[in-house]
Ligand binder design. Structure first.
Ligand code: SPD
Length: 357
């Protein structure tokens, strides 16, 4: 009898351990239970106090995971095996995901706070009528630089970066479209160019920049620039604003040849298990006070018109981070260039990175 009791005790305990293991494995893979919401966002892109506030307000537990490029995010969602309820891709990737049936249409009746978004960020070509996405942050790509380390040399153009005096002085953000785009723009080509010869020329021009490139990095670019480890960095405008908050000696410029205007939007991917909670979270992030707190923390530019009322005037009137509609008209938004062309951009960027080694 004793043996039977011990046998059942062992079986019960082992099952409990296995179940616990499976549950924590599921959680780390973006598992959404009934009262759980899994959010997949860029690194350093939310004030985590807001997650706690959302959990307290709704009783929904948030599992939060991050990615560092649109391509990495897309691959993870395409592959399946993850259950992300909300993701935050950029415009060209939203277009691609929409075409590949990877997005769930939004129920606008569950998003009353959508009215707070400035109409200039709504109904954009990558998602007509915002059927699948709502604006999160927006900005430009440009050069953050340290005038002190450059002996007050003026920086206005992408081509300034090829100056031989800048040996080992440049940090590049690790993004295929951003860096290939810089090569293309410096040659006078469009950021959406798909001409193979132009793309090759851009890559060859980037190879010539190699002596000046100190490193190609992710979010650590902010800490490195603020600590004056390099004189120049190619960054998203929001990162520049954070860097300049840490080190007031630095400045940011959108190069005169042109650059990228980008939009990151919240979507509900096909992997979602808790569509209702996803709408609740998106609506929560669109609340003016929540959006203002998030903007204040993250340093990026908010598309939430009402949130601007809760932010420092000095910040929202700074044309470097809130460029006027006239200025943004001169910039290019990345287009979805199709699988083949995007693969070419990635391949050439990889070759450029290898060339450095
Ligand atoms: N650390 C947050 C980075 C978010 C950058 N998103 C910009 C994407 C532009 N294509």
């Amino acid at each position: 009898m004793k043996h039977i009791v011990r046998f059942f005790l062992i079986i019960t305990l082992s099952s409990a351990v296995i179940l616990l293991g499976i549950s924590s494995l599921n959680k780390s893979q973006g598992y959404s239970g009934k009262n759980t919401l899994t959010v997949y966002n860029w690194g350093d892109y939310i004030d985590e106090d807001l997650i706690t506030k959302f959990e307290k307000q709704t009783g929904i537990k948030v599992i939060y995971e991050t990615f560092d490029s649109n391509e990495a995010m897309m691959t993870k969602i395409e592959q399946g095996g993850t259950n992300y309820d909300v993701a935050v891709p950029s415009e060209y990737m939203i277009d691609k995901m929409r075409q590949e049936n990877l997005l769930i249409p939004l129920d606008h009746s569950k998003l009353p706070n959508l009215k707070n978004i400035d109409s200039r960020f709504m109904d954009l070509p990558f998602d007509p009528e915002n059927k699948y996405s709502v604006p999160y942050f927006w900005g430009t790509v440009g050069i953050v630089y340290n005038p002190k380390m450059l002996h007050n040399k003026k920086i206005t153009s992408w081509n300034d970066l090829w100056d031989p005096d800048l040996k080992n002085q440049i940090l590049l953000t690790d993004g295929a479209r951003e860096i290939m785009g810089m090569g293309l723009n410096s040659l006078g080509y469009s950021l959406n160019d798909t001409n193979k010869q132009h793309l090759r020329q851009a890559k060859e021009k980037l190879d010539k920049l190699t002596p000046n490139v100190k490193a190609i990095v992710g979010d650590e670019i902010k800490m490195l620039m603020a600590n004056e480890e390099a004189a120049l960095g190619i960054v998203w405008s929001g990162d520049a604003s954070e860097i300049m908050y840490e080190n007031e000696d630095l400045d940011y410029v959108v190069p005169q040849e042109g650059s990228n205007l980008w939009f990151d939007n919240m979507v509900i991917p096909k992997t979602a298990k808790n569509i209702d909670a996803a709408h609740k979270f998106i609506n929560f992030m669109l609340d003016p006070k929540v959006a203002a707190k998030n903007t204040d923390y993250v340093g990026y530019s908010t598309p939430n018109k009402q949130a601007l009322n809760y932010l420092d005037k000095e910040v929202v009137e700074d044309e470097r981070f809130y460029p006027s509609p006239e200025l943004t008209k001169k910039l290019e938004v990345y287009e979805n260039l199709g699988k083949r062309n995007l693969a070419t951009y990635n391949e050439l960027f990889l070759q450029f990175k290898m060339h450095r080694k």
